[in-house]
Design a protein around this ligand. Structure first.
Ligand code: NAD
Length: 269
């Protein structure tokens, strides 16, 4: 396999009908991977995402509509993929953020955030990793957050889920560290920890800040960045796609158990 040639590889990216997940799917499709998109609900969003990965060069792309709070539905999706040859690259990207002070965060909020952001990754990894080890090549890339490295107020379930995802990934990385060979690429498990990245997930926070500046969206973004992200620059989803692509290369065979920040210095403070 040349450095970024993913021909013959199958990549499942959860939550890939929008935002960071879709950018990752497009980056992997451009490198030749067969793409398995995943999302929930909106049919038009699915159709648009499929058209974009097909346009990027993915052959034979598929789509699964699965609620990640439903463990049996995750098991069903992973079993079907296993029967079709398995998953070489697993990107656990789907996530939810519900902002509330701890005492007002209900049990339902806790259960939802932990199920989607943490438990779902455990369930997909449990299925995918043994076959990756058999093949001598596999990549698990879990999209955590800067909130998996440092905390912020009013985000207790989200912060707990993302710290958990970093821990889960490190434990899995150790279990599979010696699988495969340098030439094949081995089996690695890493997380990417983005700071502010312009997607639908943070739009409510952008709007809240924009309101403080008479509805000026750019001023709202600037305000958010000045509080946390020293670069003062918001990330673009394609930057995360580019890092995922590098991690999939055999050159990254010895990068495992890492939590890689793309946060403009946020977690360095
Ligand atoms: P997004 O809202 O565009 O994507 C989230 C995806 O998760 C969507 O496709 C959504 O359908 C899916 N999802 C949510 N609940 C689900 C459920 N119950 N079942 C199935 N799918 C579900 O937002 P994004 O910013 O692209 O988020 C992608 C990941 O990046 C998330 O894990 C998020 O926590 C993380 N992240 C984002 C930022 C940021 O600033 N945007 C920063 C750090 C981390």
């Amino acid at each position: 396999m040349s450095d970024h040639n993913l021909n013959g590889k199958t990549a499942l990216i959860t939550g890939s009908t929008s935002g960071i997940g879709l950018a990752i799917a497009i980056a992997l499709a451009r490198a030749g991977a067969r793409i398995v998109l995943h999302g929930q609900g909106d049919q038009q969003l699915h159709a648009d995402a499929l058209a974009q990965v097909d346009g990027a060069g993915a052959g034979d792309s598929q789509y699964f509509d699965v609620d990640l709070r439903d463990v049996s539905a995750i098991d069903g999706m992973m079993t079907r993929l296993d029967e079709a040859g398995g998953v070489d690259i697993l990107v656990n990207n789907a996530g939810v953020q519900i902002i509330a002070p701890l005492a007002q965060a209900t049990a339902q909020i806790w259960d939802t955030v932990l199920a989607v952001n943490l438990s779902a990754a455990f369930h997909t990894m449990r299925h995918a990793l043994p076959k990756m080890a058999q093949n001598g090549y596999g990549r698990v890339i879990n999209i955590a957050s800067v909130h998996g490295l440092v905390a912020s107020v009013n985000k207790a379930p989200y912060v707990a889920s993302k710290f958990g995802l970093n821990g889960l990934s490190k434990a899995a990385a150790l279990e599979y560290a010696d699988a495969g060979t340098k030439a094949r690429g081995g089996v690695t498990v890493n997380t990417i920890c983005p700071g502010w990245t312009e997607t639908a997930l943070i739009e409510p926070q952008i709007q809240e800040r924009a309101e403080l500046h008479g509805g000026d969206r750019e001023a709202g973004i600037k305000d958010m960045l000045s509080e946390k992200q020293p670069s003062q620059r918001i990330s673009d989803v394609r930057e995360i796609g580019a890092l995922v692509l590098f991690l999939c290369s055999p050159l990254a065979h010895n990068m495992t158990g890492s939590s890689l920040s793309i946060d403009g210095g946020w977690s360095a403070q």
